[in-house]
Design a protein around this ligand. Structure first.
Ligand code: ATP
Length: 417
């Protein structure tokens, strides 16, 4: 059976992945075999999310009625029921719903009624609390299929430590990263000299190590020195896979979805208030504004190096009429040239135009030339892919160290002149 849980936390505390980890332990204590535990990230643009729009799915074997009772008891004991935005959902399904619902919740928006229709169609046990919104994420988690997957080892704090400063040795995190990168990533951000894997929110998470395999995240974890965790759970996840991205066309983008879009840079990038950098991207006569926000730090220098005529593909969420960049591919760089009248070899003064198609003339000595000065400027970027730094990465965004999927590379190259 598949157990789905969502919407149990609030900005003041708790985390659905923690409830998942507790439930895994309680199921094991009762002799119920656990087949897998998945951390499922859903549409990052949903307004009701607390933080990263995560839901969990636990795959287990045994008596579905008993498991449902246990899962509901866990949520009733631990969820932040007093918070108005916390509306938990619990699902136990013996039949897996079609993956379409997962894709819809990952890439689009769904309603509680749609989730309930799916649950009724497969005869699932389910309970939605308060306004029942958590049933959307819980159903999507149960329906999820991962064509690509990564792993995250989450360490959780003892209850008495919740809300207090986390004790995690910074140097040990840099060592863990140094020893296991690129099999693990986003533990730290070396360029920005920052720790990424330790949250600052008052939830039970102590740290989370992301990587390519359970062995890699466990190895990295073995280097970490910290306060003693209450428990640890390795989840299979859709994080770092670009599962949220759809191939998109400028002019057909819909609010709140995430896309990979190709086009030509249509105007020089401009730095606006707050250090946000934006430029216009054009394809087929239609334009869209692309934004690299201040937290993307050095990535903005890549964006500032673009010039009109560059052919690129950009990945990001379409919000408020702009694409908020997560990643940028460059397939073709426009030649950056300055064409000026030549300098007169006799008197070393710059010539002027002698009229249309008549070349150039020196105003001082009357000397003539047909050829202009062509100055080629070195471009500050090369064709290839660029990404926001780990400190600014979205959970679902695929780090370049994992490679670029073939469909993304094909979309980028299809935009070459
Ligand atoms: P948590 O750590 O508890 O999972 P979170 O940041 O993941 O926190 P939630 O508290 O789960 O956020 O809130 C997200 C809410 O939005 C949930 O009720 C979920 O069912 C709902 N939701 C998620 N994706 C969609 C979607 N695509 N369309 C509509 N509702 C969604």
């Amino acid at each position: 059976m598949w157990i789905g849980i969502d919407d149990t936390d609030s900005p003041a505390g708790m985390c659905t992945t923690y409830i998942g980890a507790v439930l895994v332990r309680r199921l094991k204590e009762r002799g119920i075999p656990i087949i897998g535990a998945r951390l499922v990230r859903l549409n990052p643009n949903v307004i009701h999310k607390t933080r990263g729009n995560a839901a969990v799915c636990i795959e287990a074997e045994g008596d579905a009625e008993a498991v449902f009772a246990l899962a509901c008891a866990c949520v009733e004991e631990l969820a932040e029921f007093d918070a108005p935005e916390t509306n938990p959902g619990v699902v136990v399904a013996a039949v897996r719903p079609p993956p379409d619902f997962y894709y819809a919740v990952l890439r689009d928006f769904c309603t509680v009624d749609e989730a309930v229709d799916v649950l009724e169609s497969i005869g699932a046990r389910y309970r939605g609390y308060k306004n029942r919104r958590g049933l959307i994420g819980a159903t999507a988690a149960v329906a999820s299929v991962f064509f690509d997957r990564t792993f995250e080892l989450l360490a959780y704090r003892k209850r008495e430590a919740w809300g207090t400063p986390r004790q995690v040795d910074r140097a040990s995190l840099f060592l863990a990263d140094e020893t296991t990168y690129p099999r693990t990533w986003d533990t730290v951000d070396r360029k920005n000299d920052a720790v990424v894997c330790v949250p600052h929110t008052p939830d039970p998470v102590l740290f989370g190590i992301r990587g390519e395999s359970p062995a890699a995240v466990r190895e990295a974890r073995s280097y970490v020195r910290s306060e003693e965790p209450a428990c640890e759970q390795v989840y299979t996840t859709n994080q770092g896979t670009d599962a949220h991205l759809l191939p998109g066309a400028i002019g057909e983008l819909r609010e709140g979805r995430s896309y990979l879009v190709r086009g030509a840079v249509a105007g020089l990038p401009a730095t606006g208030p707050g250090g946000h950098v934006s430029f216009l991207l054009e394809d087929g006569g239609v334009e869209v504004r692309c934004m690299a926000y201040e937290p993307t730090r050095g990535f903005r220098d890549v964006v500032r190096a673009l010039v009109p005529g560059d052919r690129v593909a950009v990945a990001g969420s379409y919000k408020g009429g702009s694409l908020n960049l997560e990643k940028l591919g460059v397939s073709h760089l426009a030649a950056l040239v300055r064409i000026r009248p030549p300098v007169c070899p006799a008197c070393a003064r710059r010539m002027t135009s002698a009229g249309t198609a008549k070349g150039y003339k020196c105003r001082v000595c009357g000397g003539r030339s047909r050829e202009p000065d062509v100055e080629r400027w070195e471009r500050r970027i090369r064709p290839g892919w660029y990404e926001v730094p780990p400190v600014a990465r979205r959970h679902l965004s695929r780090p370049l160290v994992r490679g670029v999927p073939a469909w993304e590379e094909d979309l980028l190259q299809s935009g070459r002149p």
